[in-house]
Each structure stands twice: as structure tokens, then as C-alpha cells.
Ligand binder design. Structure first.
Ligand SMILES: [Zn+2]
Length: 544
């Protein structure tokens, strides 16, 4: 099923695909997982992971056992483009910093540099111009490359020197004035507007927007989740860096134990290991290993905090496309983690970047060409075009390579969701016209029916209910029609237990229920077991 879950400021639909076999039951009655991409407008690679997920699940039903099992018993909701307004600008205009596409009313009144396609070639790359006080010089090995001027470089021996700046224009320009940065052209779309640890003020520490869920896209997604208590897992695809980010965003790992949710950390590690195996990217705690200096102590208003701490779901945010690794540098941890600094790359390392672009995506480098800049005078415009090199894989082979690596992560997560099933049931005639109906309800999934301990702690996980549905003319002699069976554990509950084979462990994955019913004539009754996060199962029995 394809439907729109909301509209953007500019009126674009947030198209969402619901994937399940409708013949085995509606999506709402199945455990669900959410997959989205392109929250940040400059990261359309995530959209491609989503689209290929849709393709994979729809084309492999009946052919692939895992896909068939997922489509029959679970539901996958995919929103390929969270931020269509910002993405539209990114994809069709030369701009790189398109945020949520919401025009910033303060932009025109600001002053300083803003990115623009000054020479009208369709790109906004870089500008360089000769300046005796410049910080850059041309590489002697490849004059296309601008490298840092060394401390002892002199004009006579090592010049000429250059100023380098992103291609752009200046608001309120005055020749000779110090270069400052103009306010951003667009607002929103920063993943800081969710109602978790939201704070007023501008980025980095404040949330984005005047209040939480001010932006239409996070609001539509939150509304959808509120209306779909069957959802308990999320994969949100970003770029770049080659990392799998997991909770917690706002706390160090020891916090899980402090709040009684250490089991969640163990499940995060099991799921994370699947992602690591598929992608070779490390799965890391956002707080412990991915909080940039500007964001410290932690990011506010982020999706991952909201969906784990307030909705009790397991959340992963994958940063696709390990550009440093593509050009020969180590993976994330070995290159220094968040402290890795592009500005410290050696000349040869930077030349490797040009080499990769020359060999794989020549459109990614724009030759320096002379241009009469309306404000700066003569400049050269060119350099690396970052959209499909540093930020995203180039279209074609490399995009496919990246998407294929990550595709199965969300799908394999779906197979580990809990699944409530009536595993046994029987009818006994106890007297004339009196029958005992008994059933065993079990969670056959890996995760517990509450999915996270957090969901229990914050009371958002609904219990398993067993219900007998009786037709007219019958009477329930003992028991209640609806019986609360609480939460049924999954195999994940044993992750923290001592791993002694054969050790006596109480089996909390199943529960039994019975009803005694009186009826004058033969009737058919329905036993139903349901839990929003773990699905619904029904059995019909005849009393005669
Ligand atoms: Zn992002």
C-alpha cells in the first residue's frame, strides 16, 4: 500500500510504502519496522536504500524464504524521502546546504558569504584567488590541488599564495572588508526538532525551530508512530562516514544499566553485529563515540533519542558511504573517530582523493577556470564537487555498491521482532453443553513482546491479551473474555543469563489460558491472541 502520511511546507507528500502480505492479515496486526532516508537534504543515498528495500521485498516474495516469512508475518513501512523540500533543492540546484528547504527570513538582511553558482555552470564548487596573505598554495605534484601553506613558507620561495572559499557571493559586500559568513539560506531538516531533550535556540546546542515538532516532517512521522503501536524498530539512513549509530545519544553506555535497561544494550549489540557483518562499518554509541565537539554534551531533539527513550523502539542511524576509506584512509575508529580532521591530511592523501575522482567519477572535479567575480574581481572557479563524492556515492556503480551493502540490515532486524502465536489449543466437553477451551500462547520471536526494557519502564509496551470471542446464546462460566498475559519473553531475554547449557530457566516465553463455556447448541468460537508489537493470531474452534 502506498499512502502519504503528511505534507511538507511546500505541499509535497510524504509518500510511505506499507509492505506486507495483506492476505495473511492487515499491517496493523503485525509487528512492524520503520525504514526511512534522506532526513538531511544532502543525503539522498538513504532514499536509494529505501527504494531498493521496497524492490527487494516486493520482488522476492515466494522466492526467498526470509522475504516470504517477513511479508507473511510482519510489516515494513518505508518512507524513502523524509525531507522532500530540502532534497528537491539539493537535487536540482547547485546548493549544498539546503536544510529543510524552509526559506530563512533573516537571510536577506544578513551579511557575508553565501554559496552560489557564480559562473553559471550549474555547480557551486570553490573559488581561489591570489593573495599574498593567502593560506593556500598549489601542489607542485598536481596544480589542481590546493594545499595548506606551511608556517615557514615565504612569498619569494613558495608563492604565490591563494585564498580559497566556497564558490559564492557576499551580502552587503564592501571591498577589503573581512570575510564573514551569511546566515543560512534555509532552515529546518536538521533532525533536531523531535521532542526529546529539545532545547530552544539555534544549532548546535539548541533544538531547531521555535518548538518541538514545529517542522511538518518529524510531526508527520511522530503522528504515524503514535497511530501504529505495532512499530518497534527504526532504521534511518544518512550519509556519510561509514558508521552504524545506535542509542544512546544522550547518555554513556553505563546508563543502560543505571536505568535497568542493560538487556536493551545487549540486543543493540546483537543487531549491531548484523549491521557490522553486512557493511564492515563499526556499530557505535552515539554519545560515547559520535558526539562532535560542537554537539557536546549531546545532541538535542534527535530522532534516535525520541524513538528509543520515548517510544521504546530499537533505533539505528546508518551513516552510509565511507569516503575516507574509499580514498585509502582507515575505517572510522582507526582514523581517529570523531577527532579525524580533513585539514590534517597529507598532500599525498589529498592527491589520492583526486585520483579516485579521476578514475571513478571525473564529473566530480571541476577544472579551475578564470572568471570575473562581480565582487572579488578575477578569480578561478573549480575544485571538488562534493555532492556525489564526499557526501554521497556517485550515481551508478558506487551508489549500487553502497546500497547493496546496507540493504539487508533493516530486513534482518524485521525477522527478529517478536511474534505472538497460539501454539496449542483444545476443547474438552466437561458436562452436557459445557466446554473447556484452553490455549497456549507463545512468543516465537527473538525479541520479547515488549521489545525493549525501556518500553516497559516508560509504560508504552502493551501486554499480550488472549480473548475468546463468543457468539450469541453462549455463556462464559469461568474466566474473563479478555485475559491479560503480560509480556512474553523472547530468546533475547537470555542474553544476560549465565550461558550454562541445560541450566534450569523458567520459561517465560509462553502462557496458558482457559475458559469454560456453556452453550445449548453447537457453536464456533474464536480464540484471539494479540499484542501490538508482536502481532495477532486467531484460531476457530467448534463446541459440540
Ligand atoms: Zn544525516
Amino acid at each position: 500500500k502506498l499512502y502519504s502520511i503528511g505534507k511538507t511546507l511546500e505541499g509535497r507528500d510524504l509518500w510511505t510504502m506499507e509492505l506486507t502480505n495483506q492476505e495473511t492479515g492487515p499491517g496493523d496486526e503485525k509487528p512492524g519496522i520503520w525504514i526511512d532516508g534522506n532526513t538531511h537534504s544532502s543525503e539522498p543515498t538513504g532514499t536509494n536504500v529505501c527504494l531498493k528495500t521496497i524492490w527487494y521485498l516486493t520482488s522476492n516474495y515466494g522466492k526467498d524464504e526470509q522475504v516470504t516469512e517477513i511479508m507473511d508475518n510482519r510489516v515494513v513501512y518505508v518512507l524513502p524521502r523524509v525531507n522532500p523540500d530540502g532534497a528537491e533543492i539539493f537535487l536540482t540546484k547547485p546548493y549544498h546546504y539546503t536544510s529543510g528547504g524552509i526559506p530563512n527570513p533573516d537571510f536577506k538582511d544578513g551579511e557575508g558569504h553565501y554559496e552560489e553558482d557564480v559562473n553559471g555552470n550549474g555547480y557551486s564548487a570553490f573559488m581561489r584567488w591570489i593573495d599574498p596573505n593567502g593560506d593556500y598554495k598549489k601542489s607542485k605534484k598536481d596544480p589542481r590541488l590546493m594545499i595548506k601553506r606551511e608556517a615557514e613558507d615565504t612569498l619569494e620561495r613558495d608563492g604565490p599564495f591563494y585564498k580559497v572559499l566556497r564558490e559564492g557571493l557576499f551580502l552587503k559586500w564592501k571591498p577589503g572588508k573581512e570575510i564573514t559568513m551569511a546566515p543560512r539560506m534555509f532552515l529546518g531538516g536538521s533532525n533536531r526538532n523531535f521532542p526529546a531533550y529539545w532545547a530552544p535556540g539555534g544549532l548546535p546546542l539548541g533544538g531547531s525551530g521555535p518548538f518541538p515538532l514545529w517542522e511538518r516532517e518529524p510531526r508527520a512521522i511522530s503522528d504515524f508512530w503514535a497511530a501504529h503501536p505495532n512499530l518497534s524498530g527504526m532504521h534511518t539512513y544518512h550519509t556519510s562516514g561509514g558508521l552504524i549509530l545506535r542509542e544512546a545519544n544522550a547518555h554513556p553506555d553505563k546508563w543502560f544499566q543505571e536505568v535497568g535497561c542493560e538487556e536493551d544494550l545487549e540486543v543493540y549489540k546483537v543487531l549491531g553485529a548484523i549491521g557490522e557483518e553486512l557493511t564492515e562499518y563499526p556499530c557505535i554509541s552515539i554519545f560515547d563515540e559520535f558526539t562532535f565537539e560542537d554537539d557536546r554534551p549531546f545532541r538535542r531533539g534527535c530522532a534516535t533519542s525520541f524513538f528509543y527513550e520515548q517510544l521504546g523502539a530499537f533505533v539505528f542511524s546508518t551513516e552510509l558511504w565511507d569516503w575516507p576509506w574509499m580514498i585509502g584512509l582507515p575505517h572510522f575508529r582507526d582514523r581517529g573517530g570523531v577527532d579525524f580532521d580533513w585539514a590534517r591530511l597529507s598532500e599525498d592523501e589529498q592527491l589520492n582523493e583526486l585520483k579516485w575522482i579521476d578514475e571513478n567519477y571525473p564529473e566530480g572535479f571541476l577544472d579551475w577556470t578564470l572568471f570575473e567575480h562581480p565582487q572579488l574581481g578575477p578569480v578561478e572557479i573549480g575544485g571538488v564537487e562534493r555532492k556525489y563524492t564526499r557526501r554521497n556515492p556517485p550515481p551508478g556503480k558506487w551508489l549500487e555498491y553502497e546500497v547493496d551493502k546496507c540493504l539487508m540490515f533493516g530486513i534482518r532486524h524485521a525477522t527478529l521482532l517478536p511474534l505472538v502465536r497460539i501454539t496449542d489449543h483444545k476443547v474438552e466437553k466437561v458436562a452436557m453443553g459445557v466446554y473447556k477451551v484452553s490455549a497456549q500462547v507463545a512468543n516465537t520471536g527473538f525479541m520479547s513482546t515488549n521489545v525493549t526494557k525501556m518500553a516497559v519502564k516508560i509504560k508504552v509496551a502493551k501486554p499480550v491479551i488472549a480473548e475468546i470471542k463468543l457468539p450469541e446464546g453462549t455463556e462464559l462460566v469461568t474466566g474473563h473474555e479478555k485475559v491479560n498475559l503480560g509480556h512474553l519473553e523472547g530468546r533475547s531475554a537470555k542474553l544476560l543469563l549465565p550461558r550454562v547449557i541445560g541450566e534450569d530457566v523458567v520459561d517465560k516465553t509462553r502462557s496458558s489460558v482457559e475458559w469454560v463455556i456453556k452453550t445449548e447448541k453447537p457453536v464456533e468460537v474464536t480464540i484471539e491472541a494479540r499484542c501490538p508489537r508482536a502481532g495477532t493470531d486467531r484460531k476457530k474452534v467448534t463446541l459440540q
